[in-house]
Design a protein around this ligand. Sequence first.
Ligand code: HPA
Ligand code: ZN
Length: 342
Amino acid sequence: MTPELPPVMDEEQLAAVLDLPKVELHLHHEGAAPPEFIRRLGQEKSINLTGVFNPDGSYAFHDFAHFLSVYEAATQVLKTPEDYARLTTAVLEESAANGVIYCETFLSPDFCGGGDVGAWREYLHAIRDAADAAERAHGIVLRGIVTCIRHFGPYRAKAPALCAAETAGDWIVGFGMGGDETMGKQKDFAWPFDLAREAGLQLTTHAGEWRGPAEVRSAIEDLRVTRVGHGVRAIEDLALVDLIAERGIVLEVCPVSNVTLKVYPNMAAHPIEELRKRGVTVTVSTDDPPFFHTNMRREYHNLAKTFGWSAEQFSELARTSARAAFCNDETKSALLKRLETP
Ligand code: HPA
Ligand code: ZN
C-alpha cells in the first residue's frame, strides 16, 4: 500500500503557520543562551571557555554526555543574579521573536546560588524582574520550573527541592529533573519530588529520551509526574502508550533536539505523529535552542513539512499546550483567550 502523503501547504499558508502564537513548556534557561551572549560574558569576566565553541562560534559537542559537559562549562560565566537577569532578557526577546507568548523555563538552584535558599531567592528576584520587563515589552509570559540535576545524585537534589518548596507560588509553578537520564534511577529521587508535590508544585521529569519505556513508567508511577520531558521512547511499549493516553499524561516533545542528538536519525523517523495518533497529549518545545540550532518556528516548519500538520492542528497544539501549562487558572484562562483570537 502506498503511504498516505501529507497534504501540501503552499508557502503563504506555511508562513501563516510559522507566525501563529506558540506555547513552549520545555526550555532549559542556560540552554537557551545564545553563544554570543556566553562568549561576551566570558570575555567580560576573563573566564576561559576553551572547548565550548566551534570555530564558527556555535556550541561544540558531539554527543549527549559531551553536550552536558559543554552546557555546564558555558554556565560557569553566569555567576550573579544580574547575569541571570541579562540572560532572561536575551532568551525572552528571542522566544517572543519566534511567536512564543507563554513559556515555562527550567531553573536550577545548583547554578543559581549553589542550592542556598537565600541566594536562590536573589537570583529568582532578578529573573522575575527581567521577565516582567519582557512581558511589558513583548507580551511574552514566563513561569519557572525548578529542576534538580540527575547526574549530581539524589542527595544533591534535596537543596533544589527545598528552594522550590520555599518559593512555590504563582511564578514558580513546578518541579522537575534534568541531566543525564542514563545515571541512577527515577525512584531514587522520590524524596525531592514528594517534598515539591506537598508544597503544591506540579511535576515533570526527563524520561524516555535515552532510556526506554520502563523509565517513563517509573516517572509516572514512582515520581507521580503529570508531564514527562521527552517521553518519546514510550512508543516502544504500546501498553504504556495507552496508559499515557488514558491518564492524560503530557509529553514535552522536542523533535529537533532528538534528531540533533541522534535519538532518531531524522524527522520522518520521529514518533511524535504516531504518539499523537494513538491519543497521547503531545506538546512541542525546543529544549536548548541554540545548541540544537532550533527555535519554535523551525520546529513548526519541520512538523508541517514532515507530517503535513495543518494550521488548525498547530492552533490546537498551542491550546493543548496552554491547558497543560503549570500556571494558575487565571494565567491559563488569559492565555487561552489570547489563543482564541488570531
Ligand atoms: N536534557 C537534559 N538535561 C539538560 C538538558 C537537556 O537537554 N539541558 C540542560 N540540562
Ligand atoms: Zn530537556
